[in-house]
Design a protein. Structure first.
Length: 138
């Protein structure tokens, strides 16, 4: 009788650990995930806008690419889609500088959409001020 009770308890303990093992393996196989925004900066011309892309996922994001950059406000800019950026490891942040010239006066809001080879997209926005070609992002 003691052996039967022991076997039942052993099967219950072993059987209840399978969902935990499956949950651990599924979290390890999760892909990249992004937080996108503007980095605090002061700049002039082409490299005045710094886009911060943080990989908060569980795997590396390969070839980060800007697929859309839109700016609302009194800003003139040449919207060039930038391709072929670097890989971003989990927990690290990459800084991307769009290859475009900015000119304007006043406050603006930038909205960026990025993607990677894994097919994951991330969208973020940020505010800043522009005075001629000089950009300030607080």
């Amino acid at each position: 009788m003691k052996k039967i009770i022991f076997l039942i308890i052993a099967f219950v303990i072993i059987g209840s650990s399978f969902p935990l093992i499956a949950a651990e393996n599924s979290s390890k196989n999760a892909g990249p995930e992004f937080e996108v925004g503007l980095e605090t900066s002061i700049g002039y011309g082409f490299h005045a806008l710094s886009i911060a892309v943080k990989n908060i996922g569980d795997s590396t994001a390969h070839n980060i690419t800007i697929i859309n950059l839109s700016i609302d406000g009194n800003v003139l800019y040449n919207n060039r889609v930038t391709t072929g950026w670097m890989d971003v490891e989990p927990g690290t942040t990459a800084f991307i500088y769009p290859n475009t010239m900015f000119f304007g006066f006043g406050r603006f809001t930038a909205t960026m959409t990025i993607t990677c080879d894994e097919g994951i997209t991330g969208t973020g926005s940020g505010n800043g001020f522009i005075f001629g070609p000089f950009i300030f992002v607080p």
